[in-house]
Design a binder for this molecule. Structure first.
Ligand code: SF4
Length: 385
């Protein structure tokens, strides 16, 4: 059997592994053994899985292997955050970011190479879209972060307490692979993360949110960013397909299906002069009045080719205070890893853009640079006259 046809064990859920062992006429408990070797001990060589008999290892090797994406580069921020560039099978590069908080921390991982949506405040969207990541490429980011943080060999363990699917891509447009991946993250025989600490962040793919019920118990964050459909449609094209009412309705139904009383997180990127007025805050408070949630305000992080700006400190405070007075739990996301372009909304990687969107953006920037140069020349010429 050629390598290409082998099953990638790193991308299998516990159920998937059980099915594999059933096909090999083996007991289901083997699944948890293999899962522990890969995801708790960081072992990729089947031969090293010593609590499995030699004969079974040989048979497993004939049908399966562990393939993970490649980490190409690491950037370390002055605040201790780390960004890794990961190459996936398509040849594109995606980014993941680890943000430490004391001895623990949050890992922000990618679900797609690029993004087919085009939110106007997001650097990833400007890259266009290449491909969905496989389960092994998504879970492989968590695997690598554990490896590089020394968590497998306990050499320098730094706990990853939270995982957020807030990196590159819209997770729910890669539905099956993302659901399998978050379920592996929460699996006791793998990473054993709490369902409260694994979060899918979505821009609002309503049919996919409806499909989540019963398949996972992961937490959810909604990228809202505007208090009405008109403004949201201007900065997030997806709102033209699914209105805010449909989006909030589907999230409410999903939350109602969970076995505990968690609430979703509403993410609101504050952009100067666009959605940061006091009236926007009042409208947001009104919009969410019967939608139990927490609100996270994210001051816009600038990136090359963006026309937007971050609001002033006082605008952010005013916005937050209006929401707080209305009774909401509000946090303001501290900007982290800005010095390595790893702050929220800044991730770009290296995407083979199949949509040509990046080319169009580049043309637009070149054109506007040309106009700036022309205005400069005219001004100089005018000064000479
Ligand atoms: S914010 Fe999310 S959904 Fe929107 S373009 Fe960026 S990655 Fe895609």
């Amino acid at each position: 059997m050629s390598n290409k046809q082998k099953v990638n064990l790193a991308g299998l859920t516990l159920v998937g592994l059980k099915n594999l062992f059933s096909d090999l006429n083996e007991k289901p408990f083997r699944a948890a053994q293999v899962m522990k070797w890969i995801h708790q001990r960081g072992v990729t060589n089947i031969d090293f899985m010593s609590d499995i008999s030699k004969d079974l290892r040989k048979r497993l090797f004939e049908v399966g292997e562990v393939r993970l994406p490649h980490v190409l580069n690491e950037f370390v921020s002055g605040d201790g955050s780390r960004k890794w560039i990961v190459e996936v099978a398509s040849g594109s590069q995606v980014e993941m970011v680890y943000i430490p908080e004391g001895g623990r921390g949050t890992l922000c991982i990618s679900s797609q190479a690029g993004c087919s949506l085009d939110c106007s405040f997001c650097a990833t969207g400007k890259q266009g879209f290449d491909s969905n990541l496989s389960v092994a490429e998504i879970i492989g980011q968590l695997w690598w972060a554990n490896k590089l943080l020394g968590n497998f060999d306990q050499s320098n363990p730094i706990s990853i307490s939270n995982v957020v699917m807030m990196g590159m891509g819209e997770p729910l447009l890669n539905f099956n692979n993302v659901i399998d991946s978050v379920n592996i993250m929460m699996e006791d025989a793998a990473y054993g993360l709490s369902k409260r600490k694994v979060t899918i962040s979505t821009s609002g793919v309503v049919p996919a949110i409806k499909k989540m019920k019963g398949l996972t118990e992961v937490s959810i964050a909604v990228s809202l960013h505007a208090p009405n459909d008109k403004l949201r449609g201007q900065i997030m094209p997806i709102n033209k397909r699914y209105s805010i009412a449909e989006l909030l309705g589907s999230v409410k139904a999903y939350m109602g299906s969970l076995s505990d009383n968690r609430v979703p997180l509403i993410e609101y990127t504050l952009i100067k002069g666009v959605n940061d007025h006091r009236q926007h805050a009042r409208d947001l408070a009104k919009l969410l009045v019967s939608f139990p949630c927490k609100i996270n305000l994210i001051p816009f992080n600038t990136f090359e080719s963006s026309n937007f700006e971050r609001p002033s400190g006082s605008s952010i405070t005013n916005f937050r205070e209006i929401l707080k007075k209305a009774g909401y739990t509000v946090t303001v996301r501290t900007t982290r890893a800005d010095d390595i372009s790893a702050a929220c909304g800044q991730l770009v990687g290296g995407v083979t853009d199949r949509t040509q969107r990046s080319v169009r953006y580049k043309r637009k920037i070149d054109k506007s640079n040309e106009s700036v140069k022309l205005v400069g020349k005219l001004a100089t010429a005018a000064e000479r006259i």
